[in-house]
Design a protein. Sequence first.
Lengths: 271, 423
Amino acid sequence: MALSVTCNVDSNLPIDFSGLTPEWAQGKSLTEIENHRVLIGHHRVPLADFCKLSGDASDGRLELVGDFSHAHGIGAGMTSGLLSLVGNAGNHVGQRMRGGEIHITGDVHDSLGCEQRGGIIRVDGSAGNAIGGSLAGSPRGMTGGTILIAGDVGVQTGKQMRRGLIAVAGSAGELVGHNMLAGTIVVLGACGGSSGAGMKRGTLYLLSDTRPPLLPTFRSAGITNSPISSLLGRNLESLGFKGSAERFKQPLELLHGDFLSSGKGELFLSN
Amino acid sequence: MAQQIDNVTCLGCGCLCDDLVVHISEGQIVKAERACSLGEKQFVGRHADEGCEAEIDGEKVSLEAAIERAAEILAGSSAPLIYGLSLSPVETHRVAIELADRMGGVIDPAISPFHRAALVALQAVGISTCTLGEVKDRADVMVFWGCDPATTHPRFFERFVDPPGQFLSESRQVVLFSDQQNATVELVDDFFQLDPDSAFEILITLRAIVQGVAVEGKSIGGISLDRLKQLAAELSVASYSAHFFGPGLVNGASTAATLESLFLLVRQLNSRSRCAAIGLGGPTTENVLTWQTGYPCGVNFSAGFPQYDANSYSADQLLARREVDALLIIGSESIEYLSSAASDRLGELPVVLLEARQDVSKLGSSIAGSVRIPVAQPDLHSEGTVFRMDGVPLPLRPVIGSPLQSESEILAAIMERVFEKCG
């Protein structure tokens, strides 16, 4: 039986939810968890003051229910278990997460999976800017793991990404894979301009029917039917990312870039 | 009795002209020599006994009552935000940061969107910069990116472009990139009118040309590739090029990427000769916060130590997301940097406003639960230190007397009352 946390807070004050992970709750009694103090604004208040708790987390599952759109850092630093949220979430969900799974049924704000190192994040709704990206001044973003978004995302998806996989079923804003070092990003919907700007290596699949505006520092390398693409499509299907496998089976246009950095990046477009 | 005060510093724009000569007659400033149109508004017509009363919810009250109410609002808040300080001296910043720290609030100096993006870009790739004095004496090529100094910094050309450079043998070349015709077009040698929101592409292209990378296409962002190649060649052979950037480069969340690209171009050009970039904005406001906390803006003290996020802890985002329950604004001119989503929230929460001039207030009278406290104008009534847009500190001194207290004195009084209430 999972530990269930239902949010009853009726204000918009920011809540720091970092640290409340399945592995932290595992082995703790309900009373211990209820008495855990959480930062709301600048006040530290017991979790039970604004959440109703039931069940236990001995099986490594934590279920959040309610509006957590002002709760930031949900699942940050998580290493194992399953954290599911029925509702919306705030900023920095899964920041520096190392393992386990986060599943959010609603929308998420900015910096989802920021500097993620492992594990999987699924979002049924949309996400904000800089998913899988880096914190200000940090040399690299996501270095491992998987982020699957069923809706749309904002700008700078996978900024300075070093490894890992991001897949977006909806549209993405500008600068997908900005300064990307390695890893893979898939966008099935429309995509903003300047994708792959500054990318050194890594792979972008921008599979919308409309060709996104590209930078002049990318060069076409022809049409390809790479077996790797089909494998990636099947891998995404196996992860529950529906509707992508067929697109990967089609011949795709391959471009190399960004030649301003090293030109070793790959950008695949629908043919 | 007529009085003349030399070398007065003006806070009208980021140039911080410190060569003004102010003439005072019968307690009123009658003339400000060398002042531009912005400087004249700051000084001319102001008089010594100018003052106004504090207000609570639009009702005139004593200063003590206003300070008491301000302290009540801040002491009763769970998530206070301190915003503004765009024209405040170092002394005010110090007290404001201490107040934010001790209250466990967020402090976010009002910084124009392009300057905020520049701070983020600076943290990613660094910036090669210099003083305006160096620009004046050494720069043989000046490039303005998305700015209109003839309007926003009226004496910029007179002070830093037109004078012959001490180490220049020939006249300098001045170039403007803008997506619209503006007053500066008449003053430059070469004008590149680019398509809206295409500065990033153009900078990428210039970097590619300078780096020797082949570029595809005939025109980028509305400018022919041949013209960009010619400019890149001129920048490459320049002995000292200076790049100024401004609000025209703002393009939502991509602004930082654009400025990152500009700073990388400057770095590339520096490998051949000297090159620098400077933001063409107001006085820099991040200095004190940076030296005290290590972070330039968006600093949250709620956990008991400074945490930084230029976006999540920006006043704009916190207000738009309603994650603030009390707001202290120092200088109503700061409001212009807020988005409409954020400024629309001002009427929904208690606001404490410290402003020097209610007659030119940027805030309407519709702020609910507000406390307005008049303070002395930094460059007119009180002394202190401010930073020019190139980071050079300049002194302020009182030009005429005022019955009003300085920003730092009022803030210190509020802080004292807040901690009496909090124990």
